[in-house]
Write a protein of this length. Structure first.
Length: 305
């Protein structure tokens, strides 16, 4: 094919996608990084300060304390998802992939249904369910003899973040379940039949044959979980508002960025510092992805080939 014709085909098919991606992804990212190198005075005039905003964010006590608090909470938010959501998703996918399970379609639909709900609806509903005044959680625990375990989990600094993390796990566990379930269905049936002939039970088949074969999918799910958790904002905001109470115990990078950029009743909005926070968030996610690509993905490829 002549080069001119090939270039024309590439321009025709890829040109619109490149333009849209550049307009809505690359340009905002570059503009945000550029804005983070400026500061503004009371009149709104901006002046170039280089990396001074990042030094303020990481070194000044007024900014560094809420930033490190938000980053630590975000790590806890991510760890809960990795240690609860993904193992539960793997277990559910393994159960659904067992032969002879009836009503598989019904179970998949029920477990995936919360994923399709609005985060605002989920947050508001769980806020009502867990309310110590009119929620049903207290009565439900009393009905099974566990009433003494009930506490205002969303109102305690020690438990609010973990409670919101588990609510998020309940909503989004269907995504890793469906991805891993699809990977399990693609395993050749001959391997499973050979394992059964050798006398392996379903438990050993899953852990010694199925699970190693879906490790690439599990690693992909882990990356998606990492990116989604460090971009999280809506659930915390819908339940706890911009201040992410109590006493910033549920504050994560998303809510910290929102307060910094747009302001709230405690502070005025600062777009240049907000851009610095967003830039740091971008590099945190980029660092996590690079570690995955160089430390995990290469080993998976070596294992596969």
């Amino acid at each position: 094919m002549p080069r001119a014709k090939l270039a024309g085909l590439l321009l025709f098919f890829l040109g619109p996608a490149v333009v849209i991606y550049t307009l809505f992804s690359i340009y905002p990212l570059v503009a945000t990084m550029a804005l983070s190198t400026y500061t503004s005075d009371t009149s709104g005039a901006r002046s170039f300060v280089g990396l001074a905003n990042f030094q303020t964010l990481l070194g000044d006590a007024l900014w560094s304390k809420p930033f490190w608090n938000a980053l630590g909470n975000n790590l806890i938010f991510f760890v809960v998802h990795m240690c609860v959501q993904n193992p539960v998703g793997i277990a559910l996918a393994g159960l659904l992939s067992l032969p002879g399970v009836r009503l598989k379609g019904f179970y998949r639909t029920v477990m995936f249904l919360p994923t399709m709900l609005s985060v605002v609806i989920v947050g508001f509903s769980w806020n009502l369910i867990l309310s110590p005044l009119w929620g049903v959680a207290s009565g439900a625990l009393k009905a099974v003899g566990l009433g003494s375990l009930f506490a205002p989990w969303l109102g305690l600094e020690s438990s609010a973040l973990v409670t919101l993390s588990l609510i998020s796990v309940w909503q989004f566990v269907g995504i890793p379940m469906m991805l891993i379930y699809a990977a399990l269905l693609n395993i050749p049936e001959e391997l499973i039949d050979a394992a059964r002939v050798d006398g392996l039970g379903q438990f050993r088949i899953f852990f010694h044959i199925k699970l190693p074969l879906v490790l690439p999918t599990i690693s992909l799910v882990s990356v998606l979980t990492f990116v989604a958790n460090f971009n999280a904002f809506d659930l915390i905001y819908s339940v706890k508002g911009a201040l992410a109470g109590p006493n910033f115990a549920t504050d994560i990078l998303g809510t910290f960025f929102y307060r910094t950029f747009f302001g709230n009743q405690l502070q005025l909005g600062n777009p240049t510092m907000g851009a610095a926070v967003a830039t740091v968030m971008f590099f945190i996610i980029l660092l996590g992805l690079c570690l995955y690509l160089f430390l995990v993905q290469r080993r998976i490829r070596r294992y596969a080939f």
